[in-house]
Design a protein around this ligand. Sequence first.
Ligand code: GLA
Ligand code: ZN
Length: 675
Amino acid sequence: MKWNKMLHGGDYNPEQWLDRPDILAEDIALMKKAGINCMTLGVFSWSMLEPEEGVYRLQWLEDIIDRLYEAGISTILATPTGGLPHWLTKDFPEVMQVREDGGRNLPGKRHNFCYTSKKMRERTKEIDGKLAEMSLRHPGIILWHISNELGGNFADGACHCDECQRAFREWLKRKYGTLQELNKAWWTTFWSRRYTDWEQIHSPTPGGECLVHGLNLDWRRFVTCQMTDFLRWEKAALREYSSLPVTTNFMYFFKPLDYCEMQKEVDVISWDSYPFWHKEKDEVPMAVKAAAYHSMMRSMKKKPFLLMESTPSAVSWRNCNPLKRPGMHMLSSMQAVAYGSNTVQYFQWRKGRGAFEKFHGAVLDHKNGENTRTFREVAEVGLRLAKTQKQIVGSCNRAEIAMIFDWENWWALEDAAGPRLDINYKRVFLKHYRAFWEMGIDVDIVNMDGELKDYRMVIAPLNYLYKKGYADKVERYVESGGVYVTTCFSGIVDENDLCFIGEHPLGKVLGIRSEEIDAPGEEFRNLVDFHGKWYNTGELCEIVHNENGQTLAAYEKEYYAGSPAVIKNEFGRGNAYYLAAEFEQVFYNDFYGGLMEEMGIENPLSAKLPYGVTISERKGERDIIFLQNFRDENMEVETAGRYEETDTGMLWEGKITLGAFECKILQRMEGKVNE
Ligand code: GLA
Ligand code: ZN
């Protein structure tokens, strides 16, 4: 999809104000003042678009789309399936989800539909078709926004109704062919769990079967598959009339749905980002998390994505909802752009007067119109996007390093009942990622299916499950010169969650033989000496034998004192590193820092960054460097080059001074500043 501008806008709910034409007129006037060029309409409008089954009222929506268009504002049009109208749930309860306890949800809230239900699909097709047909008359519409945050009903995102159970069994039949194959893959002889009839198979539930890991894993795959099928269904309904691109708004690393699979159905990735800024004085952990999420959204298609929602001030759904401090709105908006977003969109344009989101941050509050700090800060973002869009819009980050984050691994790992029940994939993953954030080096985040040879280094923390063909791919990658880093509790099970027997599937490449894994309690924590510095190990310590490599660090304590904790193995033209333990953060910073030095990879300013400051770079005709300060105080960065601020034209040579929560957008200059 090609847009020649950065989009700035957000969720707009004029249907809540149809009896207030003065407000609707004010909306458009203020949108212009805020530098807004794109609004998302219709996200939860079903009951206003189809007040009774088969009775459609689209005119109000059409009028608003046209009025926005006349004001130079495009529309992202949502399909309304995120919120079910009462007539639908009353007449057809089967459209609502059944929870894992077997009870059907009652009407209400949102994101509460069964993605398999024939009735749900039938009504969806009708309303989506009507919208798509209407869209042909309105050039203001530029993109379809399918449903809303699919799976986001605050439970496990899955429906356990009879229709879904039947679909699950069909899915399993297609996958395994025979029950014999299924029993083998799920290891059902354990605890007498063998299935003798397909009808005996039921989705995992806490009150029933939930300890057969193969079943759990397949159920999660099925849920993604079925939700993706629903997405495809909506897309097909739109495609009957409209060829506009489609997206659906994702959420962070959302465990119930494998976004790497779902993204294949959309033309452009979009997501909703709500970092908990000002949770603590140190903003770095949150900045790291947000950067990782943005990076993953970009890496899925290796293209710019859309920040579909963010709050202009505070959210209203956490226990404590601090306002964004002055400067944070600009910084967090620019952070999204820095990692590849071509939009800054908000939830929400205007606070409603009632119900659950009446206090959720918005560009416009209940009072004060444009005369607020939030409005002014939003308008500043609009201005800045307009000033820099020519340089930014066609550019994208191009990382030389990839980290593997894979949903199937996530599901299996945290289900494993292994050395710890509380293994937290995301937490450990983010420690590795953070080392690069602190250095200001971009990283792509991809799953195991991705092409590895595009990268100089691939990092796979806690890579417990190996998908089919993965070990071979890694072997070829390292053999032909790649650098591969992996950790304890990797290469344990195959794609069916069955343990590998015999050797570690990458034993040769890693140069190790793994024997056992310890989960030491707090008082038994170990430490290692790595290049003359002491580092604490964390929750997992694997005891491995160095078969072929070089031991770079060994455990200091316990009966396994002296056994290797960090091993490097040269394999073919590449190198593999095995981190046998989990470590404290500073170890990762130093370990990857050393590797970057060896490999000659540095951040775009070739600068040593002070704590809290980071860089991300979008490559284009001219590279755009985003220098971000997440500290609430001025910071200095020593560089050796000359840079121009893209939006202000200000020149910097050598030392660059950043204000509190400032993001500078820089381009490299030739020649001397004062020439
Ligand atoms: C989600 C939803 C929005 C809104 C925001 C509030 O992202 O998609 O409709 O509820 O949360 O933060
Ligand atoms: Zn269902």
